[in-house]
Structure formats: C-alpha cells, structure tokens
Design a protein around this ligand. Structure first.
Ligand SMILES: Cc1ncc(C[n+]2csc(CCOP(=O)(O)OP(=O)(O)O)c2C)c(N)n1
Ligand SMILES: [Mg+2]
Length: 382
C-alpha cells in the first residue's frame, strides 16, 4: 500500500487535530416517519421540549401559511398576481417547525415551499401579498416577484432562482460571521431537485471542512417540476449524502411539525457549539403542482388524495393538540379566525397599494456610486 506522506493536520489552536467520531457516517432516524398504527390517524411525536403556548404559536404559523397561500391563489385567479404562484400545500410543517428552532439573529434562506419559515422570521402577510402583486409598498417595491426578496437586517436572505446556489451563499455568510466572532447559525432550505446540483455539493463540502454552523433542510417532496425524485437521484434518502461530507445526517418526518422543530433544535445546538454542519432530510409531499399553472397530469392517480387524507401536517397537529389537551377545538377555531382577520386586513392594505412608478426601476438596483456616469440612467442625475 502506498505510504501516506500527508503531514499530520493540526487544529486551529495548533494541537493535533482530533478525529471526528464515527457517528457522522450514520444517519439518525429518531425523527423519521413511523408506520401508522392500523386504523389510527397520524399525529405528532409527543417527546418535546415545546411549551403549550409555543405549540399554539406553531399552529398559528401553519394556518397562516396555508391561508395566505389560498388568498394568493384567489388573487391569482383574479389576475391580480404578477408572475407564478408556488404553494407549499402539504409541506408547511417542514418550514415552520425548522425555522422555529432558530434564534432571532440567526440567518435563514428559504426556497419556494418555505413561506412558513418566512413568517416565523417575522415577515407579515401584507408584505407577501404586496410582493406577489408587484406593488410599490411590497418589500421589493415591485422590482421582483413572489419569493424573491429578503431583509439582511432580519437575517432573512432572499433566494435567487438558481437551484443550489443559496448553499454556498449561506456558507459564505457563516464564514463572514465567524470572522466577525458572531455565534449565529445559518439555515438553508433545498429541494430534492436542487440537492442534485453542483453548487449544493460545493457549498456543503466547504461548510463541512470549515466546520461552519450550516444546517441544510433537504425537502424530499417527491417531485422536481414533473420529475419524480427517484428519476433524478440514485440515493433513497438524501440524508445519505451527509457521509460524503463527513457530517451528521438526519431523516425527519417533514409532516410532523414537532419532529421538525426537535431535530432542527438539536442541529442548531450542535452547530452553535462549533461542531460543524448538519444535513437534515425532511420526508414530505408536494400536493400542488410546481406552480399554479401545473395541472399535475404526471402524478399517479390517488397519490395526492392519499397524502391529503392520511398525512396532512395541519390535521396531524390538530389531532395532537386535541389528544394531548393542549387546546380545545374552540381555541383552534379562535386562532384560525384571528389569522383570517389578519389576512383580510392585510389583503386590503396590499390591494390599496399603488403600482410602482416607472422611474423607481432605476433606484436600488445598482450601487450607483460604482456605475460609471456614462451608464447611469439620466433619471438619477435629477
Ligand atoms: C440550476 C437550475 N436548474 C433548473 C432550474 C429550473 N427549476 C426551477 S424550480 C425546479 C424544480 C425544483 O425542484 P426541487 O428542488 O425538488 O424543489 P421543489 O420545487 O420540489 O420544492 C427547476 C428544475 C433552476 N431554477 N435552476
Ligand atoms: Mg422537490
């Protein structure tokens, strides 16, 4: 066997580098989906550190996500939406539960099925509704659409469309934060399709080798556009890829909001202690097409109905809250009515917003101090 001439690696303090324990090569399935008990509707895991009021907050975020998306679809059918509408119907628990495990100064970057995480980060429905309608009062002032906006000061990085690219972006943010001696973690979402891109691998690898506090939630929702996951990757579980990076991998039941919270909380604690990156695969299901225009004719008959009837994340959480006597049916109805009130109010606000002034298109796009005068739009000189 060839001799290994590589010098012994040292850690940052100069001592010999400790070998990472072998458990990284195993995937934790503690929070993975369980087979349902015959004749019993699915619920959520009961082993949780969440307090009752936090559970009700999670319930509120789940309902808010579903009902805001329904409102956006209504507006879309009235032709008031500019661009595409992407639903997270059936996957809401993955985004809400995982984002809830973050501290308010942590960073997050969602993708198209993570509206729930955006709400947990503190964004209000009115901002989302105005953004979808490309209104002047929306967060991008009508310059961009749907999910394409962010708030750096709130640690919410707006996604770009190129699948996979937010992984190296978040990795860079975390490297910057380390240099600034901040103890924040970064949560990045990726779809099963996006997890097959080169950018995903490069970003994950860099985060792993630098032991950056990156948590990636890979959403196994069975489709990328119309391509079933098993036709675009040969691994059965996306979490298996953690072994390629030498980091811990978890599989979580993405339709169990409590499991999503607990597994992410563990990963957040691990990452914040400086132990490095974590890959979490959430098993879930996309009940709507890629976007509203997609009629899902490629989906086998009965598949959507099965998930709707037997594995809806909100139904499961309602069952849990009622069975565990965290809330009464009336309390849950009260929360839903309150969410509806907020959406009605915010829709009215967003609809009353003007469309942007055409001149606005030149502001806030480039750093105009570095755009040579010859290329600067005349309007800026006024
Ligand atoms: C690099 C790249 N390739 C292709 C596309 C076009 N595209 C946009 S969304 C999408 C499917 C994404 O599927 P997945 O990552 O599984 O996320 P999901 O829509 O299921 O949430 C594709 C192929 C893109 N935006 N970027
Ligand atoms: Mg997908």
């Amino acid at each position: 066997m060839a001799e290994n001439h590589q010098p012994k690696r040292e850690n940052r303090k100069g001592g010999p580098r400790r070998r990472r324990p072998g458990f990284q090569m195993r995937i934790s399935t503690k929070y993975a989906p369980r087979k349902p008990v015959e004749g019993q509707a699915r619920s959520c895991i009961s082993d949780t550190s969440l307090k009752p009021e936090q559970m009700l907050e999670l319930y509120r975020y789940l309902k808010l996500t579903r009902l805001v998306e329904e409102r956006i679809v209504n507006l879309y059918r009235q032709t008031k939406v500019v661009g595409g509408v992407y639903r997270s119907l059936g996957q809401e628990a993955t985004a809400v539960g995982s984002a809830y495990a973050l501290r308010s100064d942590d960073f997050m970057t969602p993708i198209i099925r993570d509206l729930g995480a955006v709400f947990v980060k503190g964004v209000r429905p009115r901002e989302i509704l105005a953004q979808y309608m490309a209104k002047a009062w929306g967060p991008s002032g009508g310059k961009d659409l749907n999910v394409h906006f962010g708030y750096l000061d709130r640690g919410f990085i707006g996604p770009i469309s190129h699948l996979g690219d937010m992984i190296p972006v978040m990795t860079g943010i975390l490297l910057g934060a380390r240099l600034q001696k901040k103890d924040i973690v970064g949560l990045a979402y990726i779809g099963d399709g996006g997890a097959s891109t080169g950018a995903f691998y490069e970003g994950m690898n860099f985060a792993a080798v630098q032991r950056l506090p990156l948590i990636v939630i890979a959403e196994y929702n069975h489709y990328a556009y119309s391509t079933p996951t098993n036709m675009q990757t040969a691994v059965r579980n996306l979490a298996e890829r953690a072994a390629a990076f030498g980091i811990p991998g978890y599989i979580v039941d993405g339709n169990d909001v409590i499991a999503c919270y607990e597994v992410t909380k563990q990963a957040v604690d691990y990452a914040r202690k400086g132990r490095g990156a974590v890959l979490i695969e959430a098993k879930t299901y996309r009940r709507k097409g890629h976007a509203e225009h997609d009629d899902q004719r490629y989906v086998p008959e009965g598949e959507i109905e099965y998930w709707e009837k037997h594995n809806d994340p909100i139904d499961r959480f309602e069952k849990f809250l009622l069975d565990q006597k965290v809330a009464t049916k009336e309390k849950l109805e009260e929360i839903t009515a309150d969410v509806m009130r907020e959406i009605d109010e915010d829709s009215e606000w967003a609809e009353s917003s003007p469309m942007p002034e055409p001149e606005g298109a030149v502001f806030g796009v480039f750093d105009n101090s570095i755009v040579p005068p010859a290329f600067r739009p005349k309007i800026l000189e006024r």
